[in-house]
Design a protein around this ligand. Sequence first.
Ligand SMILES: [Mg+2]
Length: 249
Amino acid sequence: MIRAIALVDLDDTLFQTLRKCPPDVPADRLTPLGFARDGSPLSYATPRQMQFLEWLAETTHLVPVTARSLDALRRARIPFRAAVCAHGGVVLDDAGEVDPDWAETIASRAAPHAGQLADLADAIGGEAKARGVPVNARVLTEGALPLYTLAKHDHADADALFAVVDAAVPSLPAGWTDHRNGNNVALMPPYLGKAHAVAHILPGLRSRYPDAPVIGIGDSHTDAPFMGLCDFAMMPPRSQLAGGMFDGR
Ligand SMILES: [Mg+2]
């Protein structure tokens, strides 16, 4: 049987929060796939997303490529062994174990940026406080490793969040990524990004499965670089990445 390799973003591609679920799908037809630490459901798939996931699981080597932390990835009910998580900061090998080579690479690249990440979080926190806006900024870590700075608004007011970040961080150093999607601003140093981790795992996948087509699937601007390393790209037509490309045609 011919198999493809599917490198798949999770949030807003395979499932989403209740607020973002399509209004025409009744709540009792949604399947919870993402869970909080206390086990309560956070993210849901529509019946079509569920069948899409089942189809991918049956016909491809499915590799999640997600911004989620390793912990949050493990709280998603998705069949996988290999995975890319934490915006590419962590790679799981085919046995589902943390890839030690990649961990070492990331650790050596991350070390010089730790101070900058903390400074950015402080600047955003200070600006939010001065404006009296409930925005939280912190440095996201995997283990002891600082990876990127994340800012969120307590009540999901994205416009207020973006205004605070714009004022606190008028510009980023060259090579950094400012990723915004919904109530979420991630400021990522140059070494971090899904595409770096995908470039690390792709040669192994290609040699193990020669001629298998690689399909990159995602919804965000930050997915585009890793999708560009694949043979085919797939996206929800109403997504940040699609922009208005499919509207009104
Ligand atoms: Mg996504």
